[in-house]
Design a protein around this ligand. Structure first.
Ligand code: GLC
Ligand code: GLC
Length: 667
């Protein structure tokens, strides 16, 4: 049975002592490891591995010591050897990719990097058909493909694939591991990177680790957490917000076979069939490292690290964003990059803006963690601004965020496969005269289509009667008003809906970070009610915004007279212009500027090798005047893109049409 370590708070060891301990361990182990490394990898690769180990020594040793105390002495050589073994098994083509990326460590920050996200079955049926669909992606400029969960899930309900029972097998509905390797190779041939989900907070209860743990197998002892009675579960639940209050309240599920057959409450943050791994046990950490490096060696370039805020628990807290959770990510990251230096981590941390930047390594001192993280805050603010036609909250909240370490960057997105949770802090809301709770409630009403005058056709997800909280489901096009306009046969409303969708995507393409296009948004696909016919999906309305790809609609993508043609051309053009602008590279911050209109988001960015870029997005339906000097005051700007051609300047004012956007850049 897993025992959750009792919480005493993080032990703080002075930095100098921590470093001395790391140096000591390295002095002790380096000679032996050096010999083995050269034997396993040959002199050139071996040297490179050792150089990486030298460089990342603190990133491996310090988190090990923080998390596991004394045991770090024994764990340190084991962890390094695990990384070495994975490096030795890395295929030649992937090593060449690693080499290129070590030469160009900022490869993922280039403005030509653009993402696309899809479900394999809903996009093309099976993995072996994916290489045949890459032209669609190439047309959009895609260089980064995130395939939604595809590892073997449990049978029956599986939370959209987030309940994995075998990390080394592909969902048989989609194909085989060999197919996935072929997909990776086909992507690499076309200069695209492959991203897949790594669900590491929990496994399916059918995973062999879970089965063995339940059966009392000593090799899996302590892999999960169970309590014999409600004392501890109640104590924890008192401060943990429920993720799925409607059908899975609380964070524990009763399992009659647990606790040696006496029955116990197993930690299940999400659905009852998703059992949380217990990372206070270093064997769990090493086992997960084994799965990550194994998958990396199949050709995965980026791991979307699922639900990372939840990985470490502490009594009396929300059990999210704990410092040890960060140490754990840093450790897995450093060890993975020892074995596969071209591989990146992307954090899925859908948390408050104050907690977000830490996942990119932005702590009091920089510590390498994930290279990428979802800019959940920008996403939320885009939808909030669209509902209110007002950007004051966005300006306030974006300005208050901590800067991102230069070696990391955001992934920026309009919509994903999950619900939208309104991560708006009380502090930001109050600063612009809003009550955060009331504003969240307004946004729910607005996007559920219940607010008078709302153009949106979404639905509430996980309405929690106890707290009054809820989140929103719905496809981007439907939330932007396209569905309602089509139903009403209202051309003006349709035009406004298209402008809204392109407006949001314009910000996402130019704010800084890798823009992600969510499958179907390029064709303005609306909500899909098909999920209601499948009993395993029906209770989860997130499926409404996971429609199958509509290839008939895609066939209209080059016809400017169609809805699909307009949206496709608009999104493709955003990518084209983006690629030409050095200022849109990652690694630098965007600064939000007030140019005299509370309806227009204005941001400015500059890369050391480029001139300044300024983006404008008018969230209101009416034209807005902004101060031209503030926007382009610093030299010879040229308008490089816009929704409505070149903007006129009148009396020192630039006039941005309703729901319009414009990009300016110094040559
Ligand atoms: C992630 C996924 C979400 C899933 C949860 C549990 O947040 O995005 O779809 O429900 O993890 O795995
Ligand atoms: C993930 C996200 C959360 C979302 C949930 C279910 O845990 O962090 O925001 O609501 O999945 O979709």
């Amino acid at each position: 049975m897993g025992e959750q370590r009792l919480d005493t708070g993080a032990v703080t060891i002075p930095a100098t002592a921590r470093r001395a301990a790391a140096e000591q361990a390295w002095t002790r182990w380096r000679p032996e490891l050096a010999a083995d490394t050269v034997a396993a990898l040959g002199p050139a690769e071996g040297d490179a591995f050792l150089a990486r180990a030298d460089l990342n020594l603190y990133d491996v040793h310090e988190p090990l010591a923080d998390l596991y105390g004394e045991a770090a002495t024994e764990l340190f050589p084991r962890a390094l050897r695990a990384a070495l073994a994975a490096a030795a098994r890395r295929p030649e083509e992937l090593r060449r990719l690693d080499r290129r990326r070590e030469v160009d460590p900022g490869w993922f920050q280039r403005s030509r990097v653009q993402g696309y996200v899809c479900y394999v079955d809903r996009f093309c049926g099976t993995l072996d058909r994916l290489p045949g669909r890459l032209d669609h992606l190439a047309e959009l400029g895609t260089t980064y493909l995130h395939l939604m969960p595809l590892l073997r899930p449990r049978p029956g309900e599986n939370d959209g694939g987030y309940a994995v029972m075998d990390y080394r097998a592909v969902d048989p509905r989609l194909g085989t591991m060999a197919d996935l390797e072929d997909v990776a190779a086909a992507l690499h041939d076309r200069g695209m990177a492959l991203c897949i989900d790594l669900v590491l907070n929990h496994t399916a209860r059918e995973h062999p680790w879970a089965r063995a743990w339940l059966a009392g197998d000593p090799a899996r002892a302590g892999f999960y957490t169970a309590f014999p009675d409600r004392t501890m579960p109640d104590a924890y639940d008192a401060t943990i917000p429920a993720v799925f209050p409607d059908r899975a309240p609380g964070s524990f599920s009763w399992v009659p076979e647990a606790c040696g057959g006496a029955g116990g409450w197993v930690w299940t943050t999400f659905w009852p069939y998703q059992w949380d791994l217990d990372y206070t046990n270093p064997e769990v950490t090493l086992a997960m490292l084994g799965e990550i490096t194994w998958l990396a060696n199949r050709g995965v370039d980026v791991f979307r690290m699922d639900a990372v805020p939840f990985m470490w628990k502490r009594l009396g807290t929300s059990c999210q964003n704990q410092p040890e959770g960060h140490s754990l990510l840093q450790l897995l990251h450093a060890l993975t990059r020892l074995a596969a230096p071209g591989v990146l981590f992307k954090a899925e941390a859908i948390v408050s803006p104050d907690d977000l930047v830490a996942y990119l390594g932005g702590h009091d001192r920089y510590r390498p963690e994930c290279e990428l993280a979802y800019h959940n805050q920008l996403m939320v603010l885009l939808w909030s601004s669209l509902a209110t036609g007002d950007v004051r909250l966005a300006r306030q909240a974006l300005r208050r965020m901590r800067p991102v370490p230069p070696s990391a960057t955001w992934v920026t997105y309009v919509r994903g496969h999950d619900d939208i949770g309104w991560a708006i802090t009380d502090e930001d809301a109050a600063a612009v005269g809003l009550d955060a709770f009331a504003h969240r409630r307004f946004l729910n009403d607005f996007y559920a289509g219940r607010f008078p005058g709302s153009f949106a056709r979404g639905a509430l997800f996980q309405e929690n009667e106890a707290t009054g909280d809820a989140r929103i489901s719905g496809s981007a096009a439907s939330l932007c008003g396209i569905e309602a306009a089509l139903e009403a046969g209202d051309d003006a409303a349709l035009d406004a809906g298209v402008r809204r969708l392109l407006l949001l995507y314009s910000v996402v393409h130019a704010h800084g970070g890798i823009p992600l296009l969510y499958m179907g948004d390029e064709l303005a696909l609306r909500n899909d009610a098909g999920y209601l016919e499948d009993p395993a999906l029906a209770p989860d309305n997130r499926w409404m915004h996971r429609p199958p790809m509509d290839w008939d609609a895609a066939a209209r993508r080059d016809d400017p007279a169609t809805l699909e043609g307009r949206v496709f051309a608009g999104i493709r053009r955003l990518g084209e212009v983006r690629r030409s602008l050095l200022a849109l590279r990652g690694g630098v911050e965007s600064a939000v500027v007030d140019a005299g209109s509370d309806a227009v988001l204005v941001w400015r960015r500059k890369h050391p090798r480029s001139g300044t870029f300024v983006g404008l997005a008018n969230f209101s339906a009416a034209p807005q005047a902004v101060d031209a000097d503030t926007v382009t005051g610093f030299g010879g700007f040229e308008q490089v893109h816009g929704s409505d051609g070149v903007l006129p300047v009148r009396d020192g004012q630039l006039v941005v049409p309703g729901l319009g956007f414009a990009w300016f850049a110094e040559p």
